[in-house]
Design a protein. Structure first.
Length: 197
């Protein structure tokens, strides 16, 4: 990850490392988008997110993740009208030293910049993929129960993840998540910008 996090360039792309173990302790920046980018979760008013009932369900499901996954701790998080940003720590926040230690990384030819597809051989238990899958499944079920729309998609099939490599990147991403509601109208002015979801 670059030493300076530029949200307009980096927040909507996935760097999926071939062969990387996504059960590895550390911090992961996750973005999930609604199906067809439908604004389901509320509205932005005066730079503040006002959650709808569906947005409250999504927030509740996210905050309950540590109850379902013992190794998970949550960091900065925001529900937006048509997407969610959050930082998940695997192994807890006390693993920061390990998370930000230098690692052997796949060569640049092994780095892909598209959303993470479900693995062909199934999702590894305790992985970021398994956590996201659980969150999407539970929140979709609860939302569709409320709407009486069984089987209707809530989320895009894929999700976006980024391994957070250092403390500076962590602080920049936290700041970006916190300020995301303030940039909502700017995003709406450029719906076809290449960095859009």
């Amino acid at each position: 990850m670059p030493s300076h996090y530029d949200p307009q360039k980096h927040h909507r792309r996935s760097i999926r490392l071939k062969g990387y173990d996504y059960t590895t302790a550390g911090a992961y920046f996750i973005t999930l988008c609604t199906h067809q980018r439908e604004c389901l979760f509320g509205t932005i008013e005066d730079g503040q997110m006002q959650l709808s009932l569906l947005g409250q369900i999504v927030q509740s499901c996210w905050l309950r993740l540590p109850q379902h996954f013992q190794s998970v701790e949550l960091d900065a998080f925001v529900v937006m009208p048509n997407h969610v940003h959050g930082i998940i720590w695997l192994g807890g926040m006390d693993c920061r030293g390990e998370a930000f230690a230098p690692r052997l990384i796949a060569s640049s030819q092994d780095i892909h910049t598209n959303a993470s597809p479900p693995p062909k051989d199934g999702t590894q238990p305790g992985s970021i993929g398994a956590i996201v899958q659980n969150f999407k499944s539970v929140s979709t079920r609860r939302i569709n129960q409320l709407r009486k729309t069984a089987g209707r998609p809530v989320w895009q099939r894929n999700y976006y993840e980024r391994i957070i490599r250092d403390q500076r990147a962590l602080q920049n991403i936290r700041r970006y998540i916190q300020n995301n509601p303030l940039s909502w109208w700017q995003d709406q002015l450029h719906p076809n910008h290449p960095s859009k979801y």
